[in-house]
Design a protein around this ligand. Structure first.
Ligand code: 6PG
Ligand code: NI
Length: 192
């Protein structure tokens, strides 16, 4: 490709590109009401000011080149919708077998993963931990802590995002607070 070498700054704690060279995409509760188990609680939060759930950086790199690596940070805020922790939408990659690496910078959370065949897995992630999400595994980040969960990510630049499958079916599992601790439970709204 004709991309030239470049340097970007991402703050090690906040995850933000403080120089402002790139701008994050933001998602609010209103962007994903139907993804939460308690849609009534989600709608009430939208009415009450529609809090910011997370922001993430994506770079303006070619999307049709398997040699490109896309990278940036995700900043996922702490909070809950009902008893369910703030989370990202989650997706499969359109090129299903493309993998992704996350590196925890600050905060604590979980990556909830599943395959189209119905394997499920979840891993805790915190500062200094690198998480490998293999190809075929849908991935959703969840903030189970009290500080923003900040992670750096890298994936093949032509991988693409399949949001539709998760929007239609949901995840097989949810992460909720039970007795003050995170618990992974079956998603009652999951559709075969
Ligand atoms: C990706 C990464 C990551 C992700 C963000 C936001 O493939 O782009 O997994 O950058 O997009 O963490 O999560 P959603 O894309 O699921 O909203
Ligand atoms: Ni991804």
């Amino acid at each position: 490709s004709d991309v030239k070498p470049f340097v970007l700054d991402f703050d090690l704690v906040s995850g933000f590109c403080t120089s402002g060279k790139v701008k994050p995409t933001q998602r609010r509760v209103s962007d994903m009401v139907a993804q939460f188990a308690n849609e009534t609680a989600a709608r009430a939060m939208v009415e009450g000011g529609d809090p910011l759930l997370y922001e993430f950086y994506g770079l303006d790199l070619p999307e049709d080149d398997s040699g490109v690596l896309q990278f940036g940070t995700t900043i996922l805020y702490p909070g809950k919708v009902g008893e369910e922790y703030f989370m990202t939408k989650g997706h499969f990659h359109t090129i299903l077998d493309t993998s992704e690496i996350y590196y925890g910078l600050s905060g604590h959370g979980m990556m909830l993963m599943e395959t189209p065949e119905g394997q499920v897995d979840w891993k805790e992630i915190g500062p200094g931990e690198a998480l490998y999400v293999p190809g075929r595994w849908a991935h959703r980040s969840i903030n189970t802590g009290t500080e923003p969960l900040v992670m750096f990510f890298v994936y093949r630049g032509d991988a693409g995002h399949d949001y539709g499958t998760i929007e239609e079916k949901g995840y097989r599992k949810l992460v909720v607070e039970r007795d003050g601790k995170p618990a992974v439970i079956d998603n009652p709204k999951w559709k075969v």
